[in-house]
Design a protein. Structure first.
Length: 130
């Protein structure tokens, strides 16, 4: 078995982008499965487009795409405290929760998006792949 070396990340943003909501919402990621399905969203985790979601499937490839899973709101409990990693924008431009504030870094590993969250004295990584 031949394993290819890890590709260097061309996309790598720190807190200057991830902690700035307009900048983080303006940057999007996309993962595809090669048969018409995909997942996509913003670095901030907020859904700003109709087809942002974790699972969009092509019922009759390449047409009739259906959003099956829009998002999962993650919550972490650490050292007796609770931290929300999700960001939601509601009617009237209300933000709750504001998980983007915990994003220390966003990068691509090959084609996989990776978020590093920081809270208290801990780091947590989240990855999405198909």
């Amino acid at each position: 078995m031949c394993l290819s070396p890890a590709l260097p990340s061309v996309i790598d943003f720190g807190r200057e982008v991830c902690g700035d909501l307009p900048a983080a919402e303006a940057r999007e990621w996309l993962v595809t499965n090669g048969i018409g399905g995909f997942a996509c969203g913003t670095i901030a985790g907020s859904l700003t487009r109709r087809y942002h979601g974790l699972l969009v499937g092509a019922v009759q490839a390449p047409l009739r795409r259906t959003l099956w899973v829009s998002k999962v709101d993650e919550i972490v409990e650490y050292n007796g405290r609770t931290y929300s990693l999700s960001t939601n924008r509601w009617a009237g431009d209300v933000l709750d929760p504001r998980g983007y504030r915990h994003i220390e870094r966003f990068r691509l590993e090959g084609t996989r998006p990776v978020w590093t969250f920081a809270f208290a004295d801990a780091l947590l990584e989240k990855r999405i792949w198909m």
